[in-house]
Design a protein around this ligand. Structure first.
Ligand code: SF4
Ligand code: SF4
Length: 329
């Protein structure tokens, strides 16, 4: 039987489900009223044990919720990772940059701790809590301190233009004129979890639906529920198969070696699998993110039955594809 190569490059620490914002459609339903948070010691011990178990680890990501809520503990954890030789990344809504002086103070601490990269999430839902000007302040301070930054903007609604407005800021325009800009900006497809909210993406236009999932077997995730997850996809908390047990059992991540469905998702992507299984157009047309397809694949009773009865027809083709991908490197 085929065995997958499990050599993850990344540990992703979902430090807390608490957040300074409460964006509609947040995938973990984070908000200021949620308390679930990993402690400093729990995070520290997990990073040490997971990186020992998987020597292939190179990058440690701190995310949430809002990881900056950990304040000094976050800076201490980044310093520890830097001393251990890892690259680090924080994912934040940038609430800490409301005032430029404070933003500079945070950036100084990030530089002192050796942070490798900062990712900022923003867009029309986020900006109800963290304003456009706060994001501009963060960009300014991060550029001054030379911290490589990626700003991810939600797909705009028909009435919003957060991406255009950010792109038009003089500080961003000047940076983009340089040969190697210190800031990148990208648009992310925004998934509507609450059906009352507006759909913000033309149906079936998302190219990521055509590819396999890079996250599987590459990112060891630990959650504020003190559990290990197989990926940090936006629907992972709704998919039981992504839960790999208590955070003390880091070896469970490596036990996925013969999980054919995960190998298949990694190779062709959940959306393409749904197509192979003959999912109806009605089901397919509602999907604009690979993780939505993944949730349907694991949770839709009809699809699950077709999967169980027919997966064996796909084993040889998928495993051949894996071997070909390995040969191409
Ligand atoms: S900022 Fe991010 S984590 Fe916080 S509520 Fe919004 S989407 Fe969720
Ligand atoms: S597609 Fe599935 S396996 Fe991949 S990140 Fe999304 S939920 Fe996780």
């Amino acid at each position: 039987m085929f065995i997958a190569d499990i050599a993850p490059s990344t540990i992703s620490v979902i430090t807390t489900y608490r957040c300074t914002a409460a964006c509609e459609d947040c995938c973990f339903e984070c908000s200021p009223s949620i308390d679930k948070t990993l402690t400093y010691d729990e995070i520290r011990e997990f990073i040490i044990s997971a990186s020992k178990e998987y020597p292939s680890i190179k990058l440690i990501v701190f995310t949430g919720g809002e990881c900056f809520i950990l304040k000094e503990k976050l800076f201490a954890l980044i310093s520890m990772c830097t001393e251990m030789g890892f690259i680090t990344r924080c994912v934040t809504n940038a609430y800490w940059a409301k005032n430029l002086l404070r933003a500079r103070d945070y950036c100084q601490k990030l530089v002192d701790a050796g942070l490798g990269e900062l990712n900022i999430s923003t867009g029309v839902s986020h900006q109800k809590y963290v304003t456009h000007q706060t994001i501009v302040n963060a960009a300014k301070a991060l550029l001054e301190f030379g911290i490589p930054t990626l700003i991810t903007v939600e797909t705009d609604s028909e009435s919003s233009s957060c991406f255009k407005r950010l792109r038009a800021e003089s500080i961003i325009q000047e940076e983009f004129e340089k040969e190697s800009p210190g800031i990148k900006i990208q648009i992310n497809s925004w998934v509507r979890f609450d059906k009352k909210n507006e759909v913000r993406q033309a149906e079936q236009t998302v190219s990521s639906l055509n590819y396999g999932c890079d996250n599987l077997f590459d990112t060891v995730v630990v959650t504020p529920d003190k559990e290990i997850a197989a990926c940090c996809g936006i629907t992972m908390s709704h998919i039981d198969e992504m839960n790999l047990g208590h955070m003390s059992q880091v070896e469970n991540y490596g036990k996925q070696i013969d999980d054919f469905l995960k190998i298949w998702i990694k190779t062709e992507g959940a959306f393409q699998i749904l197509k192979h299984l003959g999912a109806s157009q009605n089901k397919l047309k509602t999907i604009n993110h690979p993780c939505q397809a993944c949730a349907i694949l694991h949770k839709d009773k009809e699809i699950k039955e077709v999967l169980i009865n027919n997966y064996s027809e796909h084993v040889v083709r998928v495993l051949n594809k894996v071997k070909l991908q390995e040969l191409k490197g």
